[in-house]
Write a protein that binds this ligand. Sequence first.
Ligand code: ZN
Length: 185
Amino acid sequence: MTVLRIIRMGHPTLRKVAEPYPVEKIGTPEFRQMVADLKETMYAANGIGLAAPQVNLGWQVAVIEIPETPTRYGEVPALPFAAYINPKITVLEDDRAGYWEGCLSVPGMMGYVERPQKIQVDYVDEGGNQKSLIAEGFTATVFQHEFDHLYGTLYVDRIEDPALFMYEEEYRQFHEGDAPELDEA
Ligand code: ZN
């Protein structure tokens, strides 16, 4: 496994729509290497999610793991490590809630973003099986942040009030606790 370099806002790959991953390649050594590298890179960066475009790979693949004892994120349900291939989101309820989001590709910054809080995710798993799940609250926000990366969208695009986009240091000083936080995804 290799820790890959995470590219930052301004790199053109972060603004491109990624290609659907060819399902016939799921399970190949090349595929397993990619997922292992994404996992290793996410762990090394202390992230809870990482999308392939963030390591300059133009595939619709993301990995997510919300830890069992997420002290940094408050009371949120844990989500075991999984890879999500070619995921599609359907919004089930339009009710929105806001989180302070951070991103490994926008280091040192935080921004307040409101997103729908009940979604369905249809995706292909690491075994090549078509899967479907329903996510709510914090988990729904994590999925939307991560899968936005597969379509060239960054959380900064979704900040409605530019006054709520700031350096992490000033966020900690003046705004921490205003709303729940989703750091480093
Ligand atoms: Zn991100």
